[in-house]
Design a protein around this ligand. Structure first.
Ligand code: DQA
Length: 145
């Protein structure tokens, strides 16, 4: 079973960026832990981060017939990107949306996600554990379906 783990803009700066919201773990450190969890769950992971909307859209398009599921932190594109929404809808790959911070506690503009209603579910506010919980939930869903 293959899961694509996508990260949007500025998440390459994790560990250095607004630690009060996003914590001190770097993205490679989170990916290392995800890889370990992936092995335990028996799923194969591919990682991709980009600061470019089109690059993320292309990665999603190319995942058609290749990935069984997508774990995505769309970062700021959560709130703005109809293009990401359309790409996820087009490929029809089940996905889980994750956020390090609790979006419900933050600025008004972060409370709206253009992707959530297409997602299997959303996990927000648990720091890096949002990714681990999201991966577990996605793997469990895929094993049942
Ligand atoms: C984020 C929340 C977004 O609003 C923000 O733009 C991010 C990170 C999170 O993981 O909490 O870059 O997706």
């Amino acid at each position: 079973m293959k899961i694509l783990v996508l990260n949007g803009p500025n998440l390459n700066l994790l560990g250095k960026r607004e630690r009060q919201h996003y914590g001190s773990l770097s993205l490679p450190a989170i990916e290392k832990q995800l890889k370990k969890l992936g092995r335990e769950l028996g799923v194969q992971l591919e990682f991709f981060q980009s600061n470019f909307e089109g690059a993320l859209v292309e990665k999603i398009q190319n995942a058609r017939d290749k990935a069984d599921g997508i774990l995505i932190n769309p970062a700021a594109y959560t709130h703005t990107s109809i293009a990401l929404r359309d790409a996820l809808a087009a490929v029809e790959i089940p996905f889980v949306e994750v956020h390090l911070s609790n979006l419900a506690k933050r600025e008004e503009f972060r409370k709206r996600s253009l992707l959530s209603d297409l997602a299997l579910g959303v996990i927000s506010g648990f720091g890096p554990a949002s990714y681990f919980l999201g991966l577990r939930a996605l793997a469990e869903f895929l094993k049942k379906s």
